[in-house]
Design a protein around this ligand. Structure first.
Ligand code: ADP
Ligand code: GN1
Ligand code: MG
Length: 363
């Protein structure tokens, strides 16, 4: 029996499930692509089992997502790339199964593709335009109307305190494997406050942000390779645009996979950094606070360090947060992140130049 046969009728009562396939991308939720026969047509859907270890209040999170999806549809009524959230039979945007698991359903965005590794600066630019446009489209929503799905998500100081706790009580045998990475984190603690300071000192910069802008959370048009849709809306909540710019830099400027073990392949690509800054500057530049422009050269390094700390913490804790597929994968992920941070800091003067060039045109 197909795994999803008890789930699809809750969202698609007149559909016949033909096929379900698990999608491996994404470290948090369990995602399936389904093929369903419905009213003489064969259609595809995305069904997701929401990870309630990470998102404890799924109903409130789904209210955030409904707000975003409806707002975007209102702005672009006939846009082919719009995300369609399908309500369940009882009218909610989720289905709670008998085992206490929350499920949701989207229409599959047909004709789309995504990238885990970005092949050239143009793809990085397209991703930046797509996330930048998303920020613009949500800029008239009130951040305080959003449920905080994960408190202190990008608060690097808080992430350091979680790291300290893990270090004080690690799973046996793991600290020894993570000596160098631990030392790196300890010697870069001063970077931690840099982005949070912007919103603490200038609360007017706070807006609705995506907060998980890794490059595979953009769907591209398969034919033209232009950016189509922003997905993975679980962490849409108040923040600074720098969180979104930073996480795209972290993922799109890396020439290798996030868990690459051969660090010689993990190269920070400055030409993709320039493409990302240009894409965000062209779309959101006018709306950014001067303090955001000032901190922008560092946002990639700070977010990459933050995620690196989270991977390292999860490794020390025994891999309880991020989905892993092999031993030490979280340590390998932490290593690539640290390797990228080192390169970004070495190149910081050039990154400042790139930002200043765009600031002169678009601020
Ligand atoms: P996670 O929170 O685990 O990262 P995502 O929401 O990002 O989950 O979904 C995982 C993957 O599923 C995405 O990287 C993408 O490949 C695919 N996906 C998700 N939603 C859609 C959609 N509506 N249409 C097409 N593909 C999708
Ligand atoms: C997770 O859900 P996914 O795989 O797009 C994580 C991000 C990390 C990312 C690292 C809710 O993103 O914060 O940056 O892994 N999402 C959550 O690849 O923790
Ligand atoms: Mg994702």
């Amino acid at each position: 029996m197909a795994i999803l046969s008890p789930i699809t009728p809750q969202f698609l009562p007149h559909g016949q499930l033909l096929q379900d396939t698990q999608i491996e991308q994404g470290h948090i939720n369990r995602t399936y692509m389904t093929v369903v026969r419905e009213g003489g047509e064969t259609l595809r859907y995305i069904h997701q089992h929401i990870n309630t270890n990470v998102f404890p209040n799924a109903p409130e999170m789904m209210k955030n997502i409904r707000k975003v999806v409806d707002h975007l549809a209102e702005k672009r009524p006939n846009f082919a790339g719009n995300l369609h959230l399908i309500p369940s039979q009882d009218g909610q945007d989720y289905y709670l199964d008998d085992d206490g698991h929350y499920w949701r359903c989207y229409k599959y965005v047909e004709g789309s593709t995504s990238f885990d590794i970005v092949p050239n600066p143009d793809i990085a630019y397209q991703a930046a335009l797509t996330f930048g446009t998303f920020l613009n489209d949500l800029s008239d929503l009130n951040p305080s109307d959003f449920h905080i799905t994960i408190p202190d998500f990008h608060n690097t100081l808080f992430r350091l305190s979680q790291f300290d706790q893990a270090l004080a009580n690690p799973v046996e045998g793991r600290v020894e494997l993570a000596q160098e990475e631990t030392e790196f984190v300890q010697s870069h603690r001063e970077l931690a406050g840099k982005l949070m300071a912007v919103i603490q000192n200038y609360p007017e910069a706070i807006r609705v942000t995506h907060n998980d802008t890794k490059v595979n959370n953009v769907l591209f048009c398969e034919e033209t390779l232009t950016g189509l849709t922003v997905i993975d809306l679980d962490t849409v909540m108040p923040g600074t645009a720098l969180f979104d710019i930073g996480d795209l830099i972290r993922t799109a400027c890396n020439t290798a996979a996030e868990d690459e073990r051969d660090l010689t392949k993990v190269v920070f690509d400055q030409s993709k950094f320039a493409a990302i800054i240009r894409g965000f500057a062209e779309t959101t530049g006018k709306s950014l606070h001067p303090a955001e422009w000032d901190a922008m050269p560092y946002c990639g390094a700070v977010i990459t360090l933050t995620i690196g700390i989270r991977f390292l913490t999860d490794f020390l804790n025994g891999d309880t947060y991020f989905r892993t597929h092999r031993p030490n994968q979280n340590l390998d992920r932490a290593r690539t992140q640290i390797h990228l941070v080192k390169q970004m800091l070495q190149q910081i003067e050039a990154l400042k130049q790139i930002v200043e060039t765009q600031r002169a045109i678009h601020a």
